[in-house]
Design a protein around this ligand. Structure first.
Ligand code: UGA
Length: 436
């Protein structure tokens, strides 16, 4: 089947490459000529493990191509996916749907064959209705259906998540659209990936409910970590102990500096806006957003405490290891490191940093921070070394070397990468999250 993917950002590019790998004929479309040009030259606009290879092999096999020409790209496509961004609207936190609707208008203006138009972008409840209205007006007489098919892939693990999903959610009441979507995902059914057919509105809400629930889980364990520190308990044991209960589950109970990224912060806010519009408050999600926001600066204060407190912190040096919101990405959106670096700068602390992929994107967001070429260079002269993001490169640090280059052997491990007794045995003062 020919599939058109409108929007070649994170979701569009990964999904397009994976669909091509299933054997479909995929055209990825994007308005940005520079992006298409570099994709055609085999250069990926984002860092995602395995993506460049997947794109290259499918381009070579003739199943994947890139274009800025939407009318040509959607011609004869059985499924047209909308995978453009839905950023937070400046000022009010609503999802900005202008890109989605602009695509719907353009698709409608050029739609000449039967097609299912599928929203893969994260869109608030009811967006599919509006897309359908736009298409109806723009393409009278053409047979089409609008379906919702939210994406659940995680950055850094996107290809694995796409190919081995926990579930595929498809929202449409149209039998023809369901059959066509079954065909699109057929290779995954053969692997017994469960498929859930729902109404379009339920499907749209599932995406937000899933992300909000995961944000709740993370924030719950983060607050529990604070309590663990006060009462002398170990949050990792607590997480293990509750996670073994099948009703709770062990995933997303890793305490840390707060969630960031392109999805949880934006999607929780957008969900709250929907809740407000429908006069149906989501008080738990409201609290989660507030708690998570304040946690990021609190982590900066935790580092200041490790330096001996605000009175003595001025003029001291701190090395941040890891800046991206999580490992295996260069994404800096809402990364806790931004608030941490700012809190430290506000206290007069000098900050250096190293991140395997994120420094270029991070530098303009934290202009006062000095970027260094590796962990040890960042730690030179530091009064504390802080693990902010759990990149593999920081899981087996040479503590002797760190101690040699640093000014003081102090480590603040905001991801609980190390066993406290191991680090202390190396002569370090060690602070972590939710552990005595
Ligand atoms: C998230 C969801 O996990 C995906 O299912 C979803 O498709 C995606 O958003 C999206 O809506 O597009 P992602 O933002 O890539 O994926 O990253 P996650 O792995 O979920 O991590 C999000 C944040 O939570 C990170 O800052 C991470 O460090 C933090 N986190 C995660 C924790 O602090 N503790 C945990 O136990 C898990």
């Amino acid at each position: 089947m020919k599939i058109a993917m409108v929007g070649s950002g994170y979701v569009g590019l990964v999904s397009g490459a994976c669909f091509a790998d299933f054997g479909h004929d995929v055209v990825c479309i994007d308005k940005d000529p520079a992006k298409i040009e570099s994709l055609n030259a085999g250069i990926m606009p984002i860092y995602e493990p395995g993506l460049a290879e997947l794109v290259a092999s499918n381009v070579k096999a003739g199943r994947l191509s890139f274009t800025t020409d939407l009318p040509e790209g959607i011609r004869d496509a059985g499924a047209i996916f909308i995978a453009v961004g839905t950023p937070s609207r400046r000022g009010d936190g609503h999802a900005d749907l202008s890109y989605v609707y602009a695509v719907a208008e353009e698709v409608g203006a050029h739609l000449a064959n039967d097609a299912v138009v599928v929203t893969k972008s994260t869109v608030p409840v009811g967006t599919g209705d509006e897309v359908e209205r736009i298409l109806k007006e723009a393409a009278p007489g053409v047979r089409f259906a609008v379906a919702s098919n939210p994406e659940f892939l995680r950055e850094g693990a996107a290809i694995g998540d796409f190919k081995r999903p926990d579930r595929i959610v498809i929202g449409t009441d149209d039998e023809w659209a369901r059959d066509l979507m079954r065909e699109v995902y057929r290779p995954l059914f053969l692997n017994r990936a469960p498929i859930l057919f729902t109404s379009r509105r339920s499907s749209e809400l599932i995406k937000y409910a899933a992300n909000a629930f995961l944000a709740v889980k993370i924030t719950f364990i983060n607050e529990m970590a604070d309590l663990c520190e006060k009462v002398g308990a170990d949050v990792q044991d607590v997480a293990r102990g509750i996670g073994m209960d099948g009703r709770i589950g062990s995933k997303f109970l890793h305490a840390g500096p707060g969630y960031g990224g392109s999805c949880f912060p934006k999607d929780t806010l957008a969900l709250l806006k929907t809740a407000e519009d429908y006069d149906s408050p989501l008080r738990i999600v409201e609290s989660v957003v507030k708690v998570n926001d304040s946690r990021k600066r609190a982590m900066g204060r935790k580092v200041i405490d490790a330096l001996g407190g605000a009175e003595v912190a001025r003029g001291k040096k701190v090395a941040l290891l890891g800046l991206t919101f999580k490992p295996n990405t260069d994404d800096m959106r809402d990364a806790p490191s931004i608030a941490i670096a700012q809190t430290l700068a506000d206290a007069g602390v000098e900050v250096s940093a190293y991140d395997p992929e994120g420094m270029e994107v991070a530098q303009p967001l934290m202009p006062a921070v000095t970027m260094r070429g590796n962990a040890y260079a960042a730690a030179e002269g530091a009064d504390a070394v802080v693990i902010v993001t759990e990149w593999d490169a920081f899981r087996a640090l040479d503590f002797k070397r760190l101690k040699d280059v640093a000014n003081a052997p102090v480590m603040v491990d905001l991801r609980n990468v190390y066993d406290p007794s191991d680090v202390r045995a190396q002569g370090f003062t060690y602070h972590s999250v939710g552990r005595a």
